[in-house]
Design a binder for this molecule. Structure first.
Ligand code: SAM
Length: 206
């Protein structure tokens, strides 16, 4: 009997609107790095609809195996095997050369120092003018965009003080220190945002 695959209802809900944005942004062939792949539902959906791209899933070493079932079952040839990458102390130089990067619902799960490490690592791996798409809930000037985001933030911080919805002011400052400039900020369903960061510096890792 086939084992049930890990499943995220949120991924099912947000994969279509995210795909719409990725389709507009990643028009040219290239390799896209995904940080914090999770179940692999996103990787499979995006790679199957964007056959000109090679999708490179990664996740924290403790979670990287979670995506194997979805990716193996997909039989897609444009998804690479998932790579274990802890953004904080992982070996970014061991990744294949990338043309773009994507991450969904990770910034509020990571500790702030991990968010900083993710921006530094992505900026170092992207070519100049390469883009990093970051999806999730964010606040603006310390204000949440909805009551439900405020409740979600509180529940995250109660579970673990290092987690929490990140503020756009902090992310913009962080972006500037790493060479990533906010190019677009799209409103998405369910009080989420789709942030597009453009790399202004030349690739530094290789
Ligand atoms: C809420 S899940 C999101 C998964 C998937 N992107 C999605 O949208 O369903 C957060 C993800 O961030 C990953 N993550 C947390 N800390 C990380 C770190 N330090 N390095 C890499 N990934 C990390 C977790 O392993 C997990 O896969």
């Amino acid at each position: 009997m086939q084992k049930e695959k890990p499943f995220s209802q949120a991924c099912e809900n947000n994969k279509a609107p995210i795909l719409e944005k990725l389709t507009e942004l990643f028009k040219r062939p290239g390799t896209i790095l995904e940080i914090g792949t999770g179940t692999g539902q996103h990787a499979v959906h995006f790679a199957s609809h964007l056959p000109h791209l090679v999708w490179q899933p990664t996740d924290h070493p403790q979670n990287v195996q979670i995506s194997h079932a979805w990716i193996n079952d997909s039989n897609l040839t444009n998804i690479n095997a998932p790579i274990a990458l802890n953004v904080l102390n992982g070996d970014w130089s061991g990744l294949p050369a990338i043309d773009g990067a994507f991450s969904a619902n990770t910034a509020h799960i990571m500790a702030w120092e991990e968010v900083e490490a993710m921006f530094r690592g992505v900026a170092g791996a992207l070519p100049k003018e390469g883009i990093f798409c970051l999806y999730g809930p964010f606040s603006y000037g310390g204000r949440h965009t909805s009551e439900s985001n405020a409740r979600f933030d509180l529940s995250l911080r109660t579970q673990a003080p290092h987690m929490g919805i990140r503020d756009m002011e902090d992310l913009k400052v962080l972006g500037e220190t790493t060479g990533l400039v906010l190019a677009e900020d799209f409103e998405m369903p369910a009080n989420n945002r789709f942030l597009v960061w453009r790399n202004t510096l030349s690739r530094r890792l290789r």
